[in-house]
Design a protein around this ligand. Structure first.
Ligand code: C2O
Ligand code: CU
Length: 473
C-alpha cells in the first residue's frame, strides 16, 4: 500500500514518447534515459509519521521520500543528471554499482562536489543485476540523516518467477516530539559509540502499519538498509524467508541462521518470502537486533481470499553476475586493522599500542583508526595500493568493541572467512558487517582502476576517521 507512495521510474517512463514494453524492447540497449529525468536534491516536507503528527522537513530527491526508484535492466546505460537545490554542496554515489571511478560520486576524490544551484551528470552502465541504492557522499551523516537516498534496481535479463517484486527501503530517523529531525548531528556520543541510532523507523518513507499479502503468494522482497547507523535483525514470525542475494549479488538460496535477516547500514538482502499462512491471519515483523530493544516494524496482513492453494515450487536461484573470481592461492594479502571508539583505548593498550585519549578525540574529531590512521576531512593518500588485475585478500581485524559495516567502492568481494572459519556461502558483498573483535577475510580481483573509498558505513564512524582510499593501478 505504502509502495504506491514511491514513484517508480522504469526505463519505460524514462523514455519519453515510447509507451509500452514492446517498444522499449526494440530500443537499442545503449538507449539513454529521457533527459527530462533527473534527480533534484532539495528541502521538502513529508508525512513520515502520519496523523496526528505534523509533517517533517527533510532533504529529498524530487520531493519524494525515499527518492524515486531507478529501475534498469542488466547492461543498460544510465544517464542521471543531478541538480543541487540544497544550500550546500552534494554528490550522488550509486552504492554497489561497479562503475568507472569518475562516476563514483566522492567529492575531492572522483569529482568536484556539485555546488548549490548547479548540476552534474552521472552516466554509467550497470553490469550486475541486483538491488542497489544511491545516496550523497558529501556531509553524508547529515545529508543521509535528513533523508537523501533512493533505490536502484537492476533487473536480470531473465528474472526468476515471483508473484510480486517489492522493495522495502528502511530508514531510521531521530525525531523530536514535534516530528522535526533532531539536529544533534555529529555529537560526541554518537561518534564514539554505535552512531546515530534514531527513534523512528520508516519503510518506504512512512511508519507503516500493514503489508497486505495473500496466502499462496511468492514475493521477492528487496530490503535496503539506508539508515545512518541502525543495524536491523528482522524476524518474519512463522515464515521462513530464503536469502537469494546479498548486496545485489546472487547467493545460493538459504535460510539464514535463526531465520533472522541481519542488515548492517548500506546492506541489501533479497528474500524469497512465501506466504504460507492462512487467509485472514496476521503476523508481526520484529526487529530485535539490539538486545532488549525489540520493536514491531510492520504487520503482514493476509487477505481473506487466497491467491492460490499453495506457494509455487519453481526455482529461486538467481543467475550469476559473472564477477571475476579471485585466485586465493596467488592472492596478495593485506592486513587491515581497526581501532578506536569508546573502550578502544583500553584495547589498544592491551596490544601495547599508544591510544588516543578522550581529550585528543574531542579536539581532533579523530576517533576511529584504520591501520593506525584516522582520516578526517578530504586529503586522502591511499592506505593501500593494489596491483590491477590481481587477486587480493584483505584480512580485516576489528579490534574495537563495536560493529562496523565496511564498504569498498567499485568492487564486489567474496567474504571468505570469519575468525578463521571459511564461510559457508562465500558471499559476494560490497559491505560486510564485522562483529566486535571479529576478523573477516575478503577476496576480490582488483579490476577497476582508480582511487576507491573504503569506509565504515556507520556514517558517524566514517566521518570521525574510519575511512581510507584504496588505489587500484
Ligand atoms: Cu554507500 Cu561510500 O558509500
Ligand atoms: Cu563503524
Amino acid at each position: 500500500m505504502f509502495q504506491s507512495r514511491t514513484a517508480v521510474l522504469t526505463r519505460r517512463s524514462l523514455l519519453s514518447g515510447t509507451a509500452g514494453l514492446a517498444c522499449t524492447a526494440l530500443l537499442p540497449r545503449q538507449a539513454v534515459a529521457n533527459p527530462d529525468f533527473k534527480l533534484v536534491a532539495k528541502p521538502a516536507r513529508v508525512a513520515l509519521t502520519g496523523k496526528p503528527h505534523p509533517e517533517t522537513p527533510v532533504w529529498a530527491y524530487n520531493d519524494l521520500m525515499p527518492g524515486p526508484t531507478i529501475r534498469a535492466r542488466q547492461g543498460d546505460r544510465l544517464r542521471i543528471p543531478v541538480e543541487n537545490r540544497l544550500a550546500e554542496e552534494t554528490t550522488v554515489h550509486f552504492h554497489g554499482i561497479r562503475l568507472p571511478n569518475a562516476m563514483d560520486g566522492v567529492p575531492h576524490l572522483t569529482q568536484t562536489a556539485i555546488a548549490p544551484g548547479s548540476e552534474f551528470v552521472y552516466e554509467f552502465s550497470v553490469p550486475d543485476a541486483g538491488t542497489y541504492w544511491y545516496h550523497p557522499h558529501h556531509n553524508s551523516a547529515v545529508q543521509v540523516g535528513r533523508g537523501l537516498c533512493g533505490a536502484l534496481i537492476v533487473d536480470e535479463r531473465e528474472p526468476i518467477h515471483v508473484d510480486r517484486d517489492v522493495v522495502w527501503l528502511l530508514q531510521d530517523w531521530r525525531l523530536q516530539n514535534d516530528a522535526q529531525i533532531s539536529d544533534d548531528f555529529r555529537n560526541m556520543h554518537d561518534m564514539t559509540h554505535n552512531g546515530r541510532i534514531g527513534n523512528t523507523v520508516t519503510v518506504n518513507g512512512t511508519v507503516p502499519e500493514t503489508f497486505s499479502v495473500r496466502s499462496g503468494e511468492r514475493i521477492r522482497l528487496r530490503l535496503i538498509n539506508a539508515a545512518n547507523a541502525r543495524i536491523f535483525g528482522l524476524n518474519f514470525a512463522r515464515h521462513r524467508p530464503k536469502v537469494i542475494a546479498i548486496d545485489g549479488q546472487p547467493v545460493e538460496p538459504h535460510e539464514p541462521a535463526d531465520g533472522r535477516i541481519v542488515l548492517g547500514p548500506a546492506m541489501r538482502v533479497d528474500l524469497i518470502l512465501d506466504m504460507v499462512a492462512k487467509p485472514g491471519e496476521r503476523f508481526q515483523v520484529v526487529d530485535d537486533f539490539y538486545r532488549g530493544l525489540a520493536y514491531r516494524v510492520i504487520d503482514l496482513a493476509y487477505a481473506d481470499a487466497p491467491y492460490r492453494d499453495r506457494v509455487p515450487d519453481t526455482p529461486i536461484a538467481l543467475p550469476s553476475n559473472a564477477l571475476p573470481e579471485p585466485d586465493l592461492t596467488g592472492a596478495q594479502r593485506h592486513e587491515v586493522t581497526f581501532h578506536g571508539g569508546m573502550m578502544g583505548q583500553m584495547m589498544m593498550r592491551d596490544r601495547g599500542l599508544g591510544g588516543l585519549s578522550m581529550r585528543d578525540m574531542m579536539h581532533s574529531g579523530k576517533i576511529w583508526l584504520i591501520n593506525g590512521v584516522a582520516t578526517v576531512g578530504h586529503v586522502m593518500q591511499p592506505m593501500l595500493t593494489l596491483a590491477r588485475g590481481r587477486s587480493h585478500v584483505l584480512v580485516m581485524a576489528n579490534e574495537t568493541a563495536w560493529w562496523h559495516p565496511m564498504h569498498l567502492h567499485g568492487h564486489s568481494f567474496r567474504v571468505i572467512s570469519r575468525n578463521g572459519v571459511p564461510t559457508r556461502y562465500r558471499e559476494w558483498q560490497d559491505t560486510v558487517l564485522m562483529e566486535p573483535r571479529e576478523t573477516v577475510e575478503i577476496a576480490f580481483v582488483a579490476d577497476n582502476p582508480g582511487d576507491w573509498m573504503f569506509h565504515c558505513h556507520i556514517l558517524e564512524h566514517q566521518e570521525s576517521g574510519m575511512m581510507g582510499v584504496i588505489r587500484v593501478t
